[in-house]
Design a protein around this ligand. Structure first.
Ligand code: COI
Length: 361
């Protein structure tokens, strides 16, 4: 909190006496981790509430070998333990915008409830995200070159041996400047439909941003990448027939004026970008359906696209299922391009935010 107070007294980004922009090759940002100046830590007290947290210099954390997160995966990040993911955008005038961080706070609360963890309040979460963005302002890429990806984590940090909730919890936030998530950049994605592995099962934790949803798909991703695919699209584990999501993002289909996406029924992550795109599409006159979508529907869709905080709104160029590959025509005036432009415009302060989604800091 000391560092935060100090920074607030010195707006303009050079509070620590360093340059306005960090020394980074801003034109070649990918989604690799780059350490920044400050992180945020907040511990949960015995009564289950979180004490005031603080910013400190970015560095390693110390954990008990018997920490809940290491032993039983009691962790969540929003978003994305639990982890979340949210981004800070630099406006053309240099100021920063956050996009719906309260939605990440709400998702973390849902995840914490599912994983039996206490959780910071929405205000605590949003204030901490603001603090991390401002403290690392020189790492927020110049307007249009990328974003500062902010990663809140919530984990059981106290010791456990028998299976049960941990006696102590830690909420952490760090940040890293990022560009495009996929190495393809903005080129259309090649997706592979996985039949052996499933991302989540009914009654599991697929609907929350539990860290336990991510390691189990690495094998499927590695296999698909070795065959030249960008990422994997998963089917439901019961019927093996309905679309769920991609490892890193949600999926949408376009057919005429109708935009469809798998209903978030507990196995699918309720992406903040997913929700925002659904709302924007409705405002722009599309009929939006959240429902069960059979894999067969991919075969005659006009367009397919993915959404996520990291991924943005990304068009899909082709999808491979069993021995079939369906190719999608990528038009300059596609639905995904239209939705992407509106969403990006709001996030970067280029389009008036009538929804109150952005917070200028
Ligand atoms: C995000 O989009 O923020 C995520 O957490 C997805 C992750 C695979 C990078």
């Amino acid at each position: 909190s000391h560092v935060f107070g100090f920074l607030l007294l010195l707006p303009g980004g050079s509070a620590n006496g360093e340059d306005e922009h960090a020394n980074v090759d801003w034109d070649n940002l990918g989604f690799g981790f780059m350490p920044t100046d400050y992180m945020y830590t907040m511990k949960c007290s015995k009564d289950g509430s979180f004490e005031q947290g603080q910013l400190s210099r970015y560095g390693n954390v110390e954990l008990s070998p018997s920490a809940g997160v290491l032993n039983y995966g009691q962790a969540s990040s929003h978003l994305q333990g639990l982890y979340e993911g949210t981004k800070a955008y630099r406006k053309e005038d240099g100021r920063l915008l956050l996009f719906r961080p309260d939605q990440n706070a709400i998702r973390m609360k849902m995840g914490a409830d599912r994983l039996c963890m206490p959780c910071p309040s929405i205000d605590q979460f949003v204030d901490a995200v603001k603090g991390v963005a401002l403290a690392n302002k020189r790492w927020v890429p110049p307007s249009g070159k990328g974003t500062l990806y902010i990663r809140p984590l919530l984990m059981g940090s106290g010791p456990v041996l028998g299976l049960g909730p941990a006696p102590e919890y830690t909420f952490l936030i760090y940040a890293s400047p990022v560009g495009n998530y996929f190495k393809e950049g903005l080129a259309p994605l090649n997706l592979y439909i996985e039949e052996e592995f499933h991302r989540a099962s009914r009654g599991g934790a697929g609907g929350v941003k539990s860290i336990t949803n991510y390691a189990p798909v690495l094998k499927a991703i590695a296999r698909a990448k070795s065959r030249g695919f960008s990422d994997v699209l998963y089917l439901d584990s019961v019927n093996k027939r309905y679309l769920e999501e991609v490892s890193s993002c949600n999926i949408f289909l376009v057919k005429g004026n109708v935009i469809s996406t798998p209903a978030a029924n507990g196995t699918i992550l309720q992406g903040v970008t997913r929700r925002s795109v659904i709302e924007i599409a409705g405002d722009h006159g599309y009929q939006v359906e959240e429902r069960a979508i059979s894999v067969d529907e991919l075969m005659d869709a006009d367009e397919v696209f993915c959404t996520g905080t990291a991924v943005g709104v990304a068009p899909v160029g082709n999808i491979t299922y069993q021995d079939r590959r369906v190719e999608y025509k990528i038009r300059a005036e596609s639905v995904s391009q239209e939705l992407y432009s509106v969403l990006e415009g709001i996030k970067r302060g280029l389009i008036e935010d009538k929804k109150g989604w952005t917070i200028e800091i």
